[in-house]
Design a protein around this ligand. Structure first.
Ligand SMILES: *Cc1c(COP(=O)(O)O)cnc(C)c1O
Length: 379
């Protein structure tokens, strides 16, 4: 079938016509405003040497799943560290944040239960809901009235689970976790938070969205591959929850453990993150400046209090042209188009990190001004 791949080309052509094909790019010598490495830890010498030492002692791969031969003292040390960091009883490592979401959502809610999911949740939550035997209902984005309506409508279900991104990856806004927790309590629902973008960035000690609001959701999911600068995913929660996942989460049971060297890097990162108040302040001052100046130029800027800065262009083609022009001028910032975002909501998604210097930020702003004028978007 694949030796006659006209049908595949046809499907690709349909995407091309709509201007929606995706490409893998090699980024050379460009100023990158798209990284999730918010605190610059991926290239931090302390993480690198921790990983190197562990590589020498433990080798490159882990050789098996955690339940067979893949476990090491580094996995266990990191899990304790994550639980301490997230202030939960226990934590469990997964190979990625994606697989942590799939593992939790496909195992915890049962047939007869219901998942209430924010309409802008990450693809890995959507896939987790699809794999769950529970039903799923979508509530309007961060709309508490709509969530309450859905909670009332689903009273006949056995158990209810509210699932939300902590920080929404394409919109850069924060879920109102404090209010969601109140609703959950009065309707006896569990709260599952995917804090991929909040971890390391939000809260006094970078503990994430829960820390930012001073609340404790039932299940906290995260990734080690964004602000933590390494690779892997985790779930933090009660000891019972973790025991349950060890026995039921298929993406835990049937997957090779992450390499010990990655665990060592993440372990080192968590220590640094707790001590990085100043770095977080610097990050804030970067994103405040960029947002303020882009708004003053006349751009439509979304997001709140996070280093994710979506600049709404609207039209899909125009957004692609905008991104190309940025790239010609040495700036890499991706065009985000449907189906990742709604039609008419295409955007340039900027992210800022502590590693950006004043010159780089000024050049970004100048270039946005130039391209915006060229495309008649701003005056
Ligand atoms: C990046 C991301 C994930 C996936 O994490 P990985 O470790 O890269 O698999 C999950 N959820 C959200 C909200 C994300 O932004």
């Amino acid at each position: 079938m694949l030796n006659d791949d006209r049908w595949l080309n046809k499907r690709l052509d349909r995407m091309k016509e709509a201007g929606l094909t995706r490409h893998i790019r090699t980024i050379n010598n460009q100023s990158v405003f798209s990284s999730n490495d918010y605190l610059g830890l991926a290239k931090d010498r302390r993480l690198i040497s921790a990983a190197k030492r562990t590589l020498d002692d433990w080798g490159v791969g882990s050789s098996g799943s955690r339940l067979t031969t893949g476990n090491s003292e580094w996995h266990e040390k990191l899990e304790h560290r994550i639980a301490g960091f997230k202030q939960t009883e226990a934590a469990l490592l997964f190979s990625s944040g994606y697989l942590a979401n799939i593992g939790v959502l496909s195992s915890l809610p049962e047939k007869g239960d219901i998942l209430l999911s924010d309409e802008l949740n990450h693809a890995s939550i959507i896939d987790g809901c699809r794999l769950s035997k529970a039903d799923t209902v979508i509530y309007k984005h961060v709309d508490l009235d709509n969530l309450e309506t859905k909670l009332k409508e689903t009273a006949s279900y056995k158990r209810r689970f509210i699932v939300t991104d902590g920080v929404f990856s394409m919109d850069g806004n924060i879920a109102p976790l404090d209010k969601i927790m109140v609703l959950a309590k009065s309707y006896h629902a569990c709260v599952i938070v995917d804090d991929a973008h909040g971890t390391g960035v939000l809260g006094e000690n970078g503990r994430g969205t829960s820390d930012y609001f001073g609340v404790m959701p039932d299940v906290v999911i995260g990734t080690l591959s964004k602000a933590i600068g390494s690779e892997g995913g985790f779930v933090a929660g009660s000891k019972t929850l973790i025991d349950f996942l060890v026995n039921h989460a298929r993406t835990f049971i049937f997957q090779t453990a992450i390499p010990p060297a990655n665990c060592a890097a993440s372990y080192t990162a968590l220590g640094i993150i707790e001590q990085s108040k100043e770095k977080r302040l610097q990050l804030r001052s970067h994103f405040f400046q960029i947002k303020k100046e882009l708004k003053e130029m006349g751009f439509s800027v979304k997001g709140a209090d996070t280093p994710i800065i979506p600049v709404i262009i609207g039209d899909t083609q125009k957004t692609a042209i905008f991104a190309e022009k940025l790239q010609e001028k040495g700036i890499f910032a991706p065009a985000i188009r449907p189906p990742t975002v709604a039609i008419g909501e295409s955007r340039i998604r900027l992210t800022v990190t502590t590693e950006h210097c004043t010159n780089e930020i000024n050049y970004l702003l100048e270039t946005f001004n130039l391209v915006g004028k060229e495309l008649n978007m701003i005056k």
